[in-house]
Design a protein around this ligand. Structure first.
Ligand code: NDP
Length: 457
């Protein structure tokens, strides 16, 4: 059993696995170390089980709408235990797929906790491995220090393993995780309240999407508490409470969705000289090189754009550069993103606030009740926005809140990345009847915005 490799990857999540396999495809001898399950956060306790839970929650809306289409549904009841069993089987299956992919790529998988001994050696239990190149892809975990008492609250990991649905759920945080689980659990039947400190959730997104996200929470009968002066969480035998504005709001459970921290501490990185920011993020350049030659980092542990496909892209670029003589890096700004609320959101490119610095903008918007919702008498609306630089006609940002937004934005991201202009959208013939066709039918801008008007420089 050789302990010498060309590359040691620490972390078997989406990013680490992608990097290991790409490196091995170039003939590199690769070891991948994972202390938990292969697949990492996304597959085991993130995107995948979250989306399976989202589907479970969505059926409540589908069942309600079905009646308007003539279906008689006797009595629908959701059984969390049945979903849990099916989810566990599916995650086991996917973990096996990851293992098989690594095996067929000839990557040596080592179970255990890794510790850097130097820039070229790593200890896993009693075994010491060496390699000229080490890639840290250890991801992130839920932060528990933003407010007092958070360590006692549930995290997204716990929500995904719930045995009993909390009747009343308090959610702390208005980011991706807070909003997605608020929607999901409301769909499953919990009474949900969401607390966040700003006026709107989803900081960083286009303001119009943030407004729609807040309105859509309310349409699901979720209580929204913006501008909350959050002071902490209390958990005792009688339940849980969110403390804010000198009041205690009581729930059966509280979800801590106040952000995630990079997994970089206690693994010998600092001792080896690897520079780490105060928030735990490993400092890297555009090519994922750390401050120590031969040590690289990708994905959430670098806290750049914390999305699975970005980590995968960073991992592949890293391997292409190191083992195939390429010199490329990932353009984080071009990555589309989605929030799986009810209805979901999707975005690619700049928000209107951020685009304002580019100069005069034409803003195209559409808001309508989609055909299915209108027929079913549901109040849900779809909102679409295209931000165009007036001088060049170039599309700077595309945003959508509404059914299928993630799927639609994913396709439009190709056009965005090719530098599409508004005229390109205009001469694209619509597919009818769809919601997406509205993106092709925005003839007149709803507004023209100037830097001078917004006051931004
Ligand atoms: P986010 O950073 O998205 O949101 C954190 C929330 O907690 C924000 O509302 C933030 O408020 C609030 N918060 C943070 N600190 C405090 C504090 N001290 N007091 C009060 N409020 C606080 O983190 P998430 O945990 O939701 O998600 C982590 C990351 O995981 C995301 O950034 C995303 O990259 C990724 N993710 C992606 C998903 C997807 O692609 N669909 C799904 C889930 C996660 P404020 O905004 O005011 O700072």
């Amino acid at each position: 059993m050789s302990n010498t490799f060309d590359l040691i990857v620490i972390g078997g999540g989406s990013g680490g696995v992608a990097a290991a396999r790409r490196a091995a495809s170039y003939g590199a001898k690769v070891a991948l170390i994972e202390r938990d399950r292969l697949g990492g956060t996304c597959v085991i306790r993130g995107c995948v089980p979250k989306k399976l839970m989202m589907y479970a929650g969505r059926f409540s809306h589908e069942l309600r709408d079905a009646a308007a289409f003539g279906w008689e549904i006797a009595q629908a009841r959701f059984d969390l235990a049945t979903w849990q069993e099916a989810k566990t089987r599916e995650i086991d299956r996917l973990e096996n797929v990851y293992r098989e992919l690594l095996d067929s790529s000839k990557v040596t998988v080592i179970a255990g906790t890794a510790r850097l001994l130097s820039a070229e050696s790593v200890q896993v239990d009693q075994r010491v491995l060496s390699a000229r190149n080490i890639l840290i892809a250890t991801g992130s975990s839920p932060g528990r220090d933003a407010l007092p008492g958070l360590s006692l609250a549930m995290t997204s990991d716990d929500i995904l393993n719930l045995k009993v649905l909390p009747k009343r759920l308090g959610v702390l945080g208005g980011g991706y995780i807070g909003l997605e689980f608020a929607s999901i659990l409301a769909g499953m039947g919990s009474q949900v309240s969401v607390f966040f400190r700003s006026d709107l959730p989803l900081r960083g997104f286009d303001r119009a999407l943030r407004e729609r996200a807040a309105a859509n929470l309310k349409l699901q009968h979720i209580q929204v508490h913006p501008n909350s002066n959050l002071q902490g969480v209390q958990v005792d035998d009688s339940g849980s409470a969110i403390l804010c504005d000198h009041r205690s709001h009581r729930f059966d459970a509280v979800l801590n969705a106040t952000g995630r921290h990079p997994n970089s501490r206690g693994m010998g990185l600092e001792e080896a000289g690897v520079a780490i920011q105060e928030n735990g993020a490993i400092v890297v350049d555009a090519y994922s090189r750390s401050s120590v030659p031969g040590v690289y980092a990708i994905g959430d542990v670098t806290n750049r754009k914390n999305l699975t496909p970005v980590a995968i892209a960073e991992g592949r670029a890293f391997a292409d550069n190191l083992f195939n003589g390429e010199r490329r890096h990932v353009d984080h700004a071009s990555a589309a993103t989605a929030v799986f609320t009810t209805p979901p959101l999707g975005s690619v490119g700049l928000s209107e606030q951020d685009a304002a610095v580019v100069g005069r903008l034409r803003i195209y918007e559409a808001e309508f009740r989609p055909m299915k919702a209108a027929f079913a008498g549901a109040a849900t609306k779809t909102y679409m926005k295209v931000i165009v630089q007036d001088s060049t006609d170039k599309v700077l940002g595309i945003h959508m809140a509404g059914e299928d937004a993630p799927e639609i934005i994913q396709s439009l991201a190709v056009a965005y990345n090719m530098g599409a202009t508004k005229s390109d959208f205009d001469r694209t013939i619509a597919v009818h009847p769809t919601a997406a066709e509205e993106f092709m039918l925005m003839r007149m801008p709803s507004r023209v915005v100037d830097v001078a008007q917004t006051g931004r420089a």
